[in-house]
Design a protein around this ligand. Sequence first.
Ligand code: NAD
Length: 325
Amino acid sequence: MKRALVCGAGGFIGGHLVKKLKREGYWVRGVDSKPHEFAPTQADAFRLLDLRDPQNCRTALTLSDGGSFDEVYQLAADMGGMGFISVSECEVLHNNALINIHMTHAAAEAGVARYFFSSSVCIYRDMQPDEPPVTEDDAIPANPDNEYGWEKLYAERVAMAYGRRHPMHVRIARFENCYGPEGTWTGGREKAPAALCRKVAEAEDHGTIEVWGEGTAIRVFTYVDDLVDGIFALMHSDLGDPVNLGREDRATVADLVRTVIEASGKRMTIKYVPGPVGVQARNFSKARIASLGWKPKVSLEEGIARTYSWIQAQVKVAQDSASRT
Ligand code: NAD
């Protein structure tokens, strides 16, 4: 039985990746600085460890039989949506660089065969809405829009250097916006799809919701089940260079808002207000990930319907508990 370590298993994508690896027949150890908030972990073992500490990285990688993990998936990061990233640049740079430096080093030292790093399309520069797609190689010369992107770019280079100097196969995916159930939906770190689902779920029918920006920013929104399938396919491929991971079809924030409102069945007024929006547009080639035969299965409409219904249930639990106190 193959053994995998998932770093960030108490988080959104890490939690779903653990489930995928269990379905694939792996023995899985999860590690995170906190337990999963929304679902009991399906990992065979789960350790609470702060991975900024190099000794904790070594502990996470130690197996009782003295062997090594076949695969390490590094998804631990101090991160959130634009509301968080725009004000937490020191924490993002400091904490994530420490996690990535120490975990990559410890994995190579422990003889791990395959190492996956979760990067982001935030490593790319801003784009015009009508620009043709850029490829993975166009990341350099670099001009990310925020410090989260700069740290990801640095961490990619750390992972690739260790891959060159050690017998460890390194695989890197640059995720586009990922959404789905069992992710952060309130508290300031939530990303746009979850924040919009929450706002609509909290609002009365015929009410008004506030949305940051003007609705024109263009993104790709990928459902979490499709994303973890892509991670798994990439990990077992020969693609040693970074790979963009997301759907082909792009949507504006206004499209996203419309899709959430449709899923709710409510009638709403949208008020666009100033707020941290990030880049204007994204358009990235998906030729590399498509070459592996990866195809997303869940449309934006279907994925948002599933996500809305999960967030609506969370909102109801929170409202019921507030009304009891
Ligand atoms: P998440 O915040 O839900 O998960 C990250 C997890 O890392 C959290 O559970 C957190 O507790 C853990 N963590 C943070 N600091 C830690 C530390 N010092 N030690 C141990 N664990 C620590 O985020 P996510 O959406 O699941 O993202 C997973 C990865 O994918 C991250 O690397 C993120 O940067 C990347 N990513 C996500 C998206 C997206 O749309 N969600 C897009 C691009 C890239």
